[in-house]
Ligand binder design. Structure first.
Ligand code: DGJ
Length: 735
């Protein structure tokens, strides 16, 4: 693994044993990409890979070199206005109104390890040997601005991360109109674009489309990474499958407005752009100021989508999530939301807690409705203290004592970024919401967005939360965020800095997360945004799990969790067994199926367990015992998708232990089919030479047999039938 600089050819080769990434510094100082893909041998000179023919109607930087056509070379961080007519990575407006810049190579530096990104979540190394970093410094002679491109290549993962710093070292005031995190040009366009899309209650469904001439893009302008488009996409070869073929995965470690784009030009090359969404973004950069972009992650594999996902999962768990909970088994929890919503009393919560304890549950989460005047969603947000002592006679402190006395841990819900009218906060600080003073703010769920671009607002909320968390016995925080941002205007901020507000808002969210997670390092933070509307790598840096979706219907959850697994580890997906008929879909699925889906996640319950029959309680007790026995494997094994619910009438996935001696497979029938076919499920990731037992059967099966001959479904005697919404769990253990 390493980064080699070839002085004669002016080429930089970043590589590990899986990938190579080769940059050329052209003689005119332009940076071009010669290759990004499977590891190839290092050598001095790859310049034959540059497009080099002259073409009509092309603009050249110098008269004598066809390599100096910005339109045809593959560029590392493309500018605007000098002959590259594809999407630029950055645009800098100058005092005279010009947007033309000409940055060229000045120097570079290679070092072991990786530096943090100021104020932003980013991947990190645990020790210097984990990764090498290349920093390339470019300078524009007219503005004297400097661009620092950072590339980190990880040693044991097929990953390169990139980000950019733009520094104003001149004397004029510059304005960044666009400052993406990364751009790369691939030489052909034989790809399919795989991305995650949806809406509230159907987040992160997988879609695939073929990028062709022009632009294919996804993104968010909602102020949050969003339920609509996750900040991720992959380009896969059309023949690539879950288990084989070339895939390039890209994601942004960011929770605000984002853009992911592929532009195929008429010579069939593909430009990938990823970063903060440039629409409405505008960042004035005064002399001596620096702008730091979020970090983009590039994954390359020639072993299919499962390998890409496993790489993201490992990267996030080993080099992104900071929480002390990252690798730990997550407590089995009960959340009161779907059981009571805001209509609860302390007595009801204690009844749920008592039953929870009997069943083996370890943590109870008190959701929305405990603070201020909160009886419904019209008021209360912002007043993070108890005022209704009829509901909670001893406050949160007293309740937390009673819960911990039962031998349970206690968790609490907050929605720190929001305020309702009718609260103390709103009465005292009406100007703390995002909205120009002369406009009427648009409510969503009766609430407004606090101006987290302001430090005083963030500090005030920190003060309230710190008080509750330090006074009560709290082991878990659910941080919710239930609306997108409109009227994005910060009162008290200069007119020419309003284009900063969206990004500064997210920086404010990160700063609050940073302060709280530092102050309370043992608290398990779960992020939530009306379910999964802000499930992104940026948030995972602080909160190692997220509420995956408000849709807890088991069949819908198969799709949501399957799609989410494309990028995010199973341990990061909050997944609960809820009541039937399901609140979102009206569908009734068996209790077993609900648990069989939720156990591939941070497992819990979200229904009134006090109202369950004795049989149901017995079943729940067994489910919890099974999860506890296997949760290290279920939450922290290597995950394989086996059967897609987007393509078939059944779905399956599995977790394999690191030593491949154990595995757990989940198989789910969506709808039953009459006279169904003899289906087989081909397992993955096992040791071909190991013999495994399946569940309690005495018979043994070799790993190769299970992977290549497969398990017959449903006629093995292990599965009973094929009916709507049925599920099967296979536990494999080595003989
Ligand atoms: C939306 C969340 O996704 C739910 O789980 C619940 O916490 C509600 N908000 C509470 O308002």
């Amino acid at each position: 693994m390493g980064i080699i600089y070839h002085q004669n050819s002016q080429e930089l080769h970043l590589f590990n044993n899986q990938l190579s990434y080769i940059i050329k510094i052209q003689s005119n100082g332009e940076l071009t990409n010669l290759y990004y893909g499977k590891r190839i041998h290092d050598k001095e000179d790859f310049s034959y890979l540059q497009p080099g023919d002259t073409r009509p109607l092309t603009v050249y930087q110098t008269k004598d070199s066809p390599h100096h056509s910005l339109q045809h070379v593959r560029r590392e961080y493309p500018d605007y206005g000098r002959g590259d007519f594809r999407t630029p990575a950055y645009v800098i407006r100058q005092e005279n109104g010009s947007r033309v810049t000409a940055f060229s190579y000045e120097s570079h530096k290679i070092y072991r390890g990786k530096k943090p990104l100021e104020g932003l979540p980013a991947t990190y190394t645990r020790n210097e040997e984990d990764a090498d970093t290349l920093e390339i410094r470019l300078k524009d002679p007219v503005t004297e601005a400097v661009i620092l491109l950072s590339y980190t290549v990880f040693c044991s993962l097929p990953v390169i991360t990139r980000h950019v710093q733009i520094m104003n070292q001149g004397t004029q005031k510059l304005v960044l109109e666009r400052a993406l995190s990364a751009s790369i040009d691939l030489p052909d366009s034989e790809y399919e674009m795989v991305y995650l899309t949806g809406a509230w209650a159907r987040e992160r469904h997988i879609r695939v489309r073929k990028p062709d001439h022009g632009i294919s893009s996804i993104g968010s302008m909602r102020g949050a990474s969003s339920a609509e488009y996750n900040p991720f996409f992959a380009l896969k070869r059309p023949s690539a499958t879950e288990d084989s073929g070339e895939v390039y995965g890209f994601c942004l470690i960011y929770s605000g407005n984002h853009l992911e784009q592929v532009e195929v030009d008429t010579e069939q090359s593909s430009r990938i752009s990823i970063g903060i969404h440039p629409d409405t973004f505008e960042w004035p950069l005064n002399p001596q100021e620096t702008f730091v972009s979020p970090e983009a992650v590039f994954v390359y594999t020639d072993q299919g989508l499962n390998a890409m996902s496993q790489t993201f999962h490992r990267l996030f768990k080993e080099h992104l999530m900071q929480s002390s909970w990252t690798d730990r088994e997550r407590p089995v929890l009960i959340n009161n939301w779907e059981a009571t919503e805001m209509d609860f009393t302390e007595q009801k919560i204690l009844e749920i807690a008592g039953t929870a304890k009997e069943l083996g549950i370890e943590l109870i989460v008190l959701d929305d409705g405990w603070f201020g005047g909160r009886e419904d969603d019209t008021t209360g947000l912002g007043d993070w203290f108890v005022t209704n002592f009829d509901k909670l006679p001893d406050g949160i402190e007293g309740l937390s004592e009673k819960i911990t006395a039962l031998g349970l841990q206690f968790g609490l819900w907050f929605e720190p970024e929001m305020v309702n009218p009718g609260t103390k906060l709103y009465r005292e600080h009406p100007d703390w919401i995002l909205c120009p003073a002369e406009r009427t703010p648009s409510p969503s769920r009766n609430q407004y967005v606090l101006d987290f671009s302001r430090k005083d607002v963030v500090d005030y909320i920190y003060g309230l939360m710190e008080r509750v968390l330090s006074q009560a016995h709290i082991s878990y925080v659910k941080w919710d965020m239930n609306r997108y941002i409109t009227e994005c205007y910060s009162i008290g901020t200069a007119a020419d800095s309003q284009g900063k507000t969206f990004h500064k808002y997210i920086l404010g969210v990160y700063s609050l997360y940073e302060k709280l997670t530092r102050r309370f390092p043992d608290i398990l933070f779960e992020s939530c945004a009306s379910g999964g509307a802000r499930f992104d790598p940026g948030i995972l840096y602080y909160a190692p799990q997220a509420w995956t979706s408000d849709d807890t219907d088991a069949i819908e959850r198969i799709k949501i969790q399957y799609g989410t697994s494309l990028v995010y580890p199973v341990s990061s997906m909050g997944a609960h067994v809820s009541e039937v008929p399901n609140l979102q879909t009206g569908r009734s699925t068996p209790l077993k199926t609900r648990a069989d889906v939720a156990m591939f996640g941070a497992f819990g319950y979200e229904l009134d367990i006090t109202a369950m029959s004795r049989e149901e309680k017995d079943a729940v007790r067994e489910q919890i015992a099974f999860v506890k026995e296997h949760r290290l494997l279920l939450q922290h094994g290597t995950f394989y998708r086996l059967k897609s619910p987007f393509q078939e009438n059944a779905s399956a996935w599995m977790m394999v232990s690191p030593n491949r001696k154990e595995a757990i497979v989940g198989y789910y029938n969506l709808l039953g089919t009459p006279n169904c076919r003899f289906d087989r499920l081909y397992l993955r990731g096992l040791n071909p030479d190991n013999a495994y037992h399946i569940n309690s059967s005495a018979e043994t099966y070799y790993g190769d047999e299970l992977m290549h001959a497969g398990i017959p479904i449903p006629h093995t005697g292990v599965c009973e039938s094929n009916v709507d919404f049925s599920s099967f769990i296979f536990y494999l253990s080595v003989v």
